[in-house]
Ligand binder design. Structure first.
Ligand code: FE
Length: 340
């Protein structure tokens, strides 16, 4: 009997030790896409490393990392905006990521020049237009959206959204304060309605005839067209995709990355590195493009067939950290020009 009791207690000790030093990696995530669950399950199957995810808004997660300091259980922070990654760097929350594997997996022009964050995917904030009421030849640049010809026809979500703040930051960096103040005023004058809803809702509003042109992230068109809801498929089919600022002398379409940073005191650093190497590798990159319709950060991988059908495009090659550096200035422009 005594033997069994000893065995029983050693089992308890064994499992509680396991719990103190588990094979895991902890991710604080702003990403809100189904594909991530699949990626983390695949990674666990491959490596035995469990990915624990805590989801919240960017500002909340960054604040939490700051408050937790050295005691934070988080190894990685992932978001959908280089601007928020830059903000975290500025707050001193991250350490540099050194990996030859990641270095060779990822396109050079998508990388952080300071080495603190790494991209997994990118997305274009582009225009979609009504197939019924707009001709492609009427569209050209972001700047042109301030033209009177779009009066009462533009749809876009609120300025509190990071995607719009990143776009405005890119315009600030490229065009300067004066030009974009005029631009923003013109765009607000052309609104079909007060900003509301998310990117998908802007496309649905075009389908419902409430406006003709919307500013949205590229992958939402893929998500609508592959939706189980017929109304979403119909909305996706009511529009076409347009990449602005593609002329020879123009800077290209605004892009943003989705990317990871490693926390300063990552308790599971090795596992975190393995996860990043996996996510930038060919298998996981294919999983991203075919499920979330984002563009791959790894140039060896092609976008999904649907996304390829839109054609290739010139990306604005602005240093993506500018999307954070000019953020406060961008928000002031929104406020000053009445973009709600
Ligand atoms: Fe999104």
């Amino acid at each position: 009997m005594k033997k069994y009791i000893i065995f029983f207690f050693s089992l308890i000790i064994f499992f509680s030790c396991e719990e103190n030093n588990p094979n895991e990696v902890n991710v604080y995530s702003k990403r809100h896409y189904q594909v991530d669950i699949k990626q983390y399950e695949n990674f666990e199957k491959l490596t035995g490393i469990k990915v624990n995810v805590i989801k919240a808004g960017d500002d909340e997660l960054l604040e939490r990392l700051k408050n937790e300091g050295k005691n934070s259980p988080a190894d990685l922070y992932v978001t959908v905006d280089a601007g928020k990654l830059q903000k975290g760097v500025e707050m001193g929350l991250f350490q540099k990521i050194n990996s030859d594997v990641i270095e060779s997996n990822v396109s050079d022009d998508l990388k952080d020049i300071n080495g603190f964050w790494i991209p997994i995917t990118y997305r274009a904030r582009l225009l979609v237009y009504s197939n019924e009421r707009v001709k492609k030849s009427e569209l050209s640049t972001y700047e042109d959206l301030a033209n009177d010809k779009w009066k009462g026809r533009l749809l876009v979500r609120s300025s509190s959204n990071a995607y719009n703040q990143a776009l405005m930051s890119s315009l600030y960096a490229n065009l300067g304060e004066e030009a974009i103040t005029d631009w923003s005023s013109g765009v607000v004058r052309n609104f079909a309605r007060d900003p509301k809803g998310n990117d998908r809702d802007q496309v649905k509003a075009i389908a419902a005839g409430q406006g003709d042109v919307a500013i949205v992230n590229s992958y939402y068109i893929g998500l609508l067209l592959s939706s189980e809801k017929q109304s979403e498929v119909d909305a996706g089919n009511s529009v076409s995709v347009f990449f602005p600022n593609q002329g020879e002398s123009e800077r290209g379409t605004h892009i943003n990355i989705s990317g990871f940073a490693m926390t300063k005191n990552a308790p599971n650093k090795e596992n975190a590195m393995k996860l990043l190497e996996y996510l930038t590798g060919i298998e996981a990159q294919n999983t991203y493009v075919n499920n979330s319709y984002e563009y791959p950060a790894n140039p060896m991988v092609k976008p999904s067939n649907l996304v390829q059908s839109w054609g290739s495009f010139k990306r604005d090659n602005l240093d993506l950290n500018a999307l954070g550096i000019y953020r406060e200035d961008a928000i002031k422009i929104f406020d000053k020009t009445g973009w709600k």
